[in-house]
Write a protein that binds this ligand. Structure first.
Ligand SMILES: C[S@@+](CC[C@H](N)C(=O)[O-])C[C@H]1O[C@@H](n2cnc3c(N)ncnc32)[C@H](O)[C@@H]1O
Length: 270
């Protein structure tokens, strides 16, 4: 049995996030198209990441993936460092940065063991990464350590009671006659890399307890609303049918907090 970090590595080294679905080429136009689809599908990233406020700031992005957000930080004038567990993501982002003639220090590194001194960064940003790492509290501890006092963490992790989670539970627990499976087990086995976790707001408060000025909220995503492919592991006629009959208006109106993405903004105490 492979260890849990190796399983995460193997999953993301097979294809970086969105590579199969949205990256049509590794030319300039391919990256531009991928960024366009990304911010069309996930417009809240732009509000949350506040790229434009990073000019002249020391920014660390954990889990760069294909590098779209990293590019936004670079174009905004951040003094930039990016890491990812997989060499594949680092190579993609390096190639992207060479193509657009942008600068960043890009390293293959584990979020749970950052190779930076204490109090190095003004901002640590991580979108959809830390819930994949086996020891998420340890990775959050590293975010705290490398932030300067007063520095800002902006982190997206998955929210437990989401429409995506419920859909996966119906598909892989109820329809397979295993209703005793917990939603925690469902995320761990069926959403992206093995061992993926999802948090309640109370759980995220505990995770972030050493930070101050914590703001934690959820957003409905294209996955919850079935407005797009759900991810690189899910496809098929059942999903196509669900996509046609999905009650988007009801979800938006009555269940606005049932989104998969939990957005966290917090500061390291002075
Ligand atoms: C869902 S992708 C997100 C990538 C990018 N942030 C985005 O939004 O497209 C998850 C990324 O996290 C990386 N990752 C997972 N565990 C990690 C860890 N312990 N340290 C650093 N990166 C990690 C994976 O290699 C993968 O590139």
């Amino acid at each position: 049995m492979k260890d849990s970090k190796q399983q995460v590595f193997d999953f993301w080294n097979e294809a970086s996030c969105g590579e199969d679905l949205y990256l049509t080429s590794t030319k300039k136009s391919g990256y531009q198209d991928q960024a366009k689809s990304r911010y069309q599908l996930e417009p809240y990233i732009l509000d949350f990441a506040k790229f434009e406020q990073s000019k002249g700031k020391r920014v660390l992005e954990i889990g760069v993936g294909l590098g779209a957000d990293h590019q936004q930080f670079a174009e905004a004038g951040a003094i930039l460092t990016g890491i990812d567990l997989t060499q594949r993501a680092i190579e993609h982002t390096k190639h992207r940065f060479d193509t657009f003639k942008l600068q960043s220090t890009l390293l293959n590194c584990d979020a749970e063991n950052l190779s930076f001194s204490d109090e190095t960064f003004d901002i640590v940003y991580s979108w959809g990464v830390l819930h994949h790492s086996p020891n998420t509290p340890r990775a959050i501890g590293e975010v705290l350590r490398v932030l300067k006092p007063g520095g800002t963490a902006r982190i997206m992790i998955y929210s437990k009671w989401s429409m995506v989670g419920i859909m996966l539970w119906i598909r892989y627990a109820l329809m397979k006659l295993r209703p005793w499976m917990t939603i925690t087990e469902i995320y761990s086995r069926y959403l992206e890399s093995p061992g993926t976790k999802a948090y309640t707001i109370a759980g995220a408060q505990i995770l972030m307890k050493s930070f101050t000025d914590r703001k934690i909220w959820t957003v409905l995503t294209h996955g919850d609303l079935l407005d797009s492919p759900v991810g690189q592991r899910h496809a098929g006629p059942l999903l196509n049918l669900a996509r046609r009959i999905w009650p988007r208006w009801i979800i938006r109106t009555f269940l606005p907090t049932s989104g998969l993405f939990m957005l966290i903004e917090a500061r390291k105490p002075l």
